[in-house]
Design a protein around this ligand. Structure first.
Ligand code: ADE
Length: 245
């Protein structure tokens, strides 16, 4: 494999990854029209890596988290770079009751799902959940010293009772706000997809998610930086067909 695209939501998540990869900023493609994202590139061990970050919302001055920017950034990056593998990499919540701890790394196992798209009509119910494929990646997970788990996406940081029911139905292990959108675009392009998520917060803890996120972001981003380096080493030596067994 020669080309990897890492799609990231927040600049604060991406900075340690960009630094660890020695990636430098490159101009975004202008011929595609306005885009929210920023691109960084490096070549390591013969692997071209593009880190695409979703950028800043001009009105609110905060990171473009969530599925809309993630889909746009992935679409533009897929067109522009034509990567061999698209990776949704970033922070996520986990559940202590499902064995998670802050700083754990989760590699997607099986389909990536939504837990906030409830459409109680035949076939639209499954459409809402999405079930976007991810690459079998148990060998990658072992190389990254990561767990395998179900990655589940919504556009909210909190977890409502309805979310909880859907997450239970699909067995979520990492709850975040972009992977399903990235996976949807990857599937549209026919490009293999995997998610790599570091746990910043425990959803079933009494401490507010936002407080845990702030307190633990540095732990998680350091974990992501190490994971990105390990991913490049693994990808340089391993064909995509051998990421899983
Ligand atoms: N990103 C980090 N923690 C999260 C959570 N609990 N829910 C959604 N996105 C997150």
């Amino acid at each position: 494999m020669t080309r990897l695209a890492l799609i990231m939501a927040m600049q604060v998540e991406a900075v340690p990854v960009i630094a660890a990869l020695g990636a430098t900023t490159v101009p975004p493609p202008t011929h595609l029209g306005p885009l929210p994202g920023r691109l960084y590139q490096s070549n390591r061990d013969g692997v071209d890596v593009t880190v695409a970050v979703n950028g800043i919302d001009p009105r609110h001055g905060v990171a473009n988290i969530g599925t809309q920017p993630a889909a746009l950034t992935t679409w533009a990056t897929a067109l522009h770079i034509q990567p061999d593998l698209i990776v949704s990499i970033g922070a996520a919540g986990g559940w202590a009751g499902r064995g998670a701890a802050v700083g754990d790394l989760v590699v997607s196992d099986g389909p990536v799902v939504y837990h906030d798209r409830r459409i109680a009509m035949p076939r639209f119910d499954d459409y809402g959940v999405g079930f976007y494929p991810s690459l079998p990646a148990n060998r990658l997970a072992a190389a990254l010293d990561a767990k395998l788990g179900t990655v589940t996406t919504s556009n909210s940081l909190d977890e409502t009772d309805d979310d909880r029911r859907m997450i239970a139905a699909n067995g979520g292990d990492a709850k975040e706000m972009e992977a399903a959108a990235v996976a949807w675009v990857a599937e549209m392009f026919g490009i293999p997809f995997v998610a790599i998520k570091a746990i910043t917060d425990l959803v079933d803890s009494p401490t507010a998610t936002a407080d845990q996120f702030d307190a633990n972001l540095d732990i998680a981003t350091a974990r992501l930086a190490r994971a990105a380096q390990d991913l490049i080493s693994f990808a340089s030596a391993t064909p995509l067909t051998d990421f899983g067994s």
